[in-house]
Design a protein around this ligand. Structure first.
Ligand code: AOF
Ligand code: ZN
Length: 343
């Protein structure tokens, strides 16, 4: 049986809700009849709505479904809806094929146990790596109670994000920039620094924005403040005013304490953050970063005074480099996107 094909389909179905399910996972589900024909599918469309299994099971009658395929272990708890495992049993499903165990401590294996005790055959670990990648944010949240942090940068072949005068419009093509918009959607918030706002006055359309501005140097009339919920971390003010959440953070070595910023963001319900800034913030954030999206345009500045995408340390040995692991590559017009994860 080609469960991998259907698991791929579950992942594709789940991805339709990218950006809509946080803090919950992305989940898709396919149901086959006893001849192995697909008879229904479904996905978790939005936080608080039906889980993927329920969405699919509601489309069949009892006894019609034989095998249910889902990228995440069915839940066993009473949450916003009754347990999916109970509904699977109720609908007379004979076999359940699962991509990965649920890292959520209130489920974590108990969904599988419930199904097995009802005499259902359970097959696990189908396309497990792909399923884990799909829900990398959810997994980090569940296991570490910390936000998933990513950096997006766009550079020339020589790793420059702007000319020496700060001008950066545009290094990458429109196709690459459209992809950035899609990437942003996956994250609860985007984060940038006062220097980027002052240099570029970017709009960065997004529902939540985290701004690091220790000395409150940015003009509150800047484009970035014109939409979305704003979390403005700084060294002095703690208040809500003019639609802005000013949050006071400790300062270490003349910089806002990022550990505090990320912890506080998580407490405020921000489960994933995409950093779009310059070399210094990128550098200070690296120790917390789970993933890097690096767009590269086929251009060379040849200017060592041009600004670099990671600019935060002096090293004398290559062995002092910070190492990442290659994840994927994709082309967007003339540019490429390289994705890396923490080693
Ligand atoms: C989802 N969608 O398709 C599946 C989930 O807050 P609740 O009551 O909706 O429960 C969320 C938990 O249910 C979630 O953390 C995960 O452990 C489990 N499975 N959640 O939102 C789904 N299958
Ligand atoms: Zn469920």
């Amino acid at each position: 049986m080609q469960y991998e094909i259907y698991m791929k389909k579950c992942i594709e179905l789940a991805k339709q809700a990218e950006g809509e399910t946080s803090p919950n996972p992305l989940v898709g589900c396919v149901i086959l009849d006893s001849n192995g024909q697909e008879i229904a599918n479904g996905y978790h469309a939005r936080y608080g709505e039906n889980h993927a299994e329920r969405d699919a099971l509601l489309k069949i009658n009892k006894g019609e479904g034989n095998t249910l395929i889902v990228n995440l272990e069915p839940c066993s708890h009473f949450g916003k809806t009754p347990p999916c495992a109970d509904f699977i049993i109720e609908k007379g499903i004979k076999r359940v094929v699962i991509g990965m165990q649920d890292p959520n401590p209130i489920v974590s294996g108990q969904g599988i146990e419930k199904l097995k005790s009802a005499g259902i055959e359970v097959i696990t670990g189908i396309l497990e790596n792909e399923c884990k990648k799909l829900n990398e944010i959810f997994i980090k949240n569940m296991l570490e109670k910390k936000p998933f942090i990513a950096i997006k940068t766009a550079t020339t072949l020589d790793g420059k994000i702007a000319a020496s005068n700060g001008s950066s419009k545009w290094i990458t093509s429109e196709k690459a920039r459209d992809e950035v918009k899609r990437i942003r959607k996956r994250y609860d918030a985007i984060m940038t620094s006062s220097s980027t706002i002052i240099a570029d006055n970017p709009t960065m359309l997004h529902r939540k924005k985290i701004i690091l501005d220790r000395e409150l140097k940015t003009n509150l009339e800047s484009q970035i403040y014109k939409n979305g919920e704003i979390y403005l971390f700084n060294a002095t003010l703690d208040m809500f005013e003019g639609g802005i959440n000013f949050i006071k953070a400790p300062v270490i070595d003349n910089k806002l304490d990022l550990r505090f910023v990320f912890k506080k963001s998580y407490e405020l319900g921000i489960k994933s953050i995409l950093i779009e800034s310059g070399g210094r913030l990128n550098g200070s954030a690296l120790e917390f970063v789970d993933k890097i999206y690096h767009f590269i345009a086929p251009k060379i500045t040849g200017d060592n005074t041009a600004l670099s995408c990671f600019d935060f340390q002096k090293i004398t040995q290559i062995s002092q480099c910070i190492n990442y692991e290659f994840e994927s590559t994709k082309q967007f017009g003339p540019d490429i996107l390289l994705t890396y994860q923490r080693k």
